[in-house]
Design a protein around this ligand. Structure first.
Ligand code: C2E
Ligand code: MG
Ligand code: MG
Ligand code: MG
Length: 282
C-alpha cells in the first residue's frame, strides 16, 4: 500500500504496486516529453556573502513549466526522474545551462561568480562522472572554479565506495564541493572528515526560528564552529528573517541564501539584481 505521512514525506510502498501507478506512468511519459519540448527552466537563488553583503553566486534550481499543470515542484518530479533514470540527461542539461549562464555573468564583470548545481544519487553513481563534468565544462568553455556541486548526506551514504575518489578529482579541478541539507541525513560526523568538502550548507530546519528556539541556536552555533575548525565554509539555507540574519552574522557564518534576500528567480531577474548591485545591509 502507499501511504504518505504529511510533513516528513516518508513513503512506504511495495515496488510492484508503485510501478503500476497510472499517475506516475503518466508523469513519467510527460517528463520524457518535457525534456524534448524544453519545458524545463533553470531558476537562480542568490547566495550572499555575510561579511560584505554582496552576491557571490547562486544555486541553480530546476523548474518545470508543465503546459497544463503549470509549475511543477522539483520535490515532485526529481524523485521520479531519479527512479526512471531521466535525471541523468536532465541533470546534464541543468549543469550545461547553469554553467553557460554563469560564464556570461563572469564575462560581464562578475568575475568570481559561482553557480551551485545539485547532483542526484543516480548522477553521482554514474561511472566516470568527473570526466563527464569536465566534458561539459569544456563544451561550454567555463573554468571549473565557476561551478559548485551540492550533494546530500544520503547520496554519500548510498555511494560511499568510490565517492571519495570522485569528489577528490572534482575538487582538484577547482570545483567547490558542498554537503547540502547538513544535519538531516544519516551521515555521521566522520563523513566530514572522510569527504573533501569545501562548503557545508546548514539545512533550513535549523535556521528557522534560530533566535527563539534555544535548541536550534545551540546546533547552529556548534555546527558553524565545527565547520570552521575543519576549514569548511558555511552557508545557511532558508534565511527568512532579519533576526536570523543578525544571528548568523554574529556567529560568523560565511554566506546565506533565503527568501529574506530573494526567492529563486529566472536568469533575467537575477541579472537585473546583479547589475543593480543589490546587497544585504548588515
Ligand atoms: P535544495 O538543494 O536544498 O534547495 C533549496 C530549496 O529550498 C529550494 O527548493 C529553494 O527554493 C528552497 N528555499 C530557499 N530559500 C528558502 C526560504 O527562505 N524559505 C523556504 N521555505 N524555502 C527556501 P526547490 O527549488 O523547491 O528545490 C527543492 C529540492 O529539489 C532542492 O533542495 C534539491 O534537492 C532538488 N533540486 C532542485 N533542482 C535540482 C536539480 O537541478 N537537480 C537535482 N538533482 N535536484 C534538484
Ligand atoms: Mg541544494
Ligand atoms: Mg539544501
Ligand atoms: Mg533541501
Amino acid at each position: 500500500y502507499t501511504q504518505k505521512l504529511q510533513g516528513n514525506n516518508y513513503q512506504f510502498y511495495t515496488p510492484d504496486i508503485n510501478v503500476g501507478s497510472s499517475e506516475e506512468l503518466e508523469l513519467e511519459a510527460s517528463l520524457r516529453r518535457a525534456l524534448e519540448q524544453k519545458e524545463f527552466q533553470v531558476y537562480y537563488q542568490p547566495i550572499v556573502n555575510l561579511s560584505c553583503g554582496k552576491i557571490i553566486g547562486a544555486e541553480a534550481l530546476v523548474r518545470w513549466q508543465h503546459p497544463v499543470r503549470g509549475m511543477v515542484s522539483p520535490a515532485e518530479f526529481i524523485p521520479l526522474a531519479e527512479e526512471t533514470g531521466l535525471i541523468v540527461p536532465l541533470g546534464e542539461w541543468v549543469l550545461q545551462t547553469a554553467c553557460a549562464q554563469a560564464q556570461r555573468w563572469r564575462d560581464s564583470g562578475f568575475s568570481s561568480f559561482r553557480v551551485s548545481v545539485n547532483l542526484s544519487g543516480r548522477q553521482f553513481s554514474q561511472p566516470e562522472l568527473s570526466q563527464r563534468i569536465v566534458q561539459i565544462l569544456e563544451s561550454v568553455g567555463v573554468h571549473p572554479t565557476t561551478l559548485g556541486l551540492e550533494l546530500t548526506e544520503s547520496i554519500l551514504v548510498e555511494n560511499a565506495t568510490g565517492a571519495i575518489a570522485t569528489l577528490n578529482e572534482l575538487k582538484q579541478l577547482g570545483i567547490d564541493i558542498a554537503i547540502d541539507d547538513f544535519g538531516t541525513g544519516y551521515a555521521s560526523l566522520s563523513y566530514l572528515k572522510q569527504f573533501p568538502f569545501d562548503t557545508l550548507k546548514i539545512d533550513r530546519s535549523f535556521v528557522s526560528d534560530v533566535t527563539s528556539d534555544a535548541q536550534n541556536q545551540a546546533i547552529m552555533t556548534a555546527v558553524i564552529q565545527l565547520a570552521h575548525n575543519l576549514n569548511l565554509k558555511v552557508t545557511a539555507e532558508g534565511v527568512e528573517t532579519e533576526a536570523e540574519l543578525a544571528f548568523l552574522s554574529q556567529q560568523q557564518c560565511d554566506a546565506m541564501q533565503g527568501y529574506l534576500f530573494s526567492r529563486p528567480i529566472p536568469a533575467a531577474e537575477m541579472e537585473t539584481m546583479l547589475f543593480r548591485g543589490k546587497r544585504l545591509l548588515l
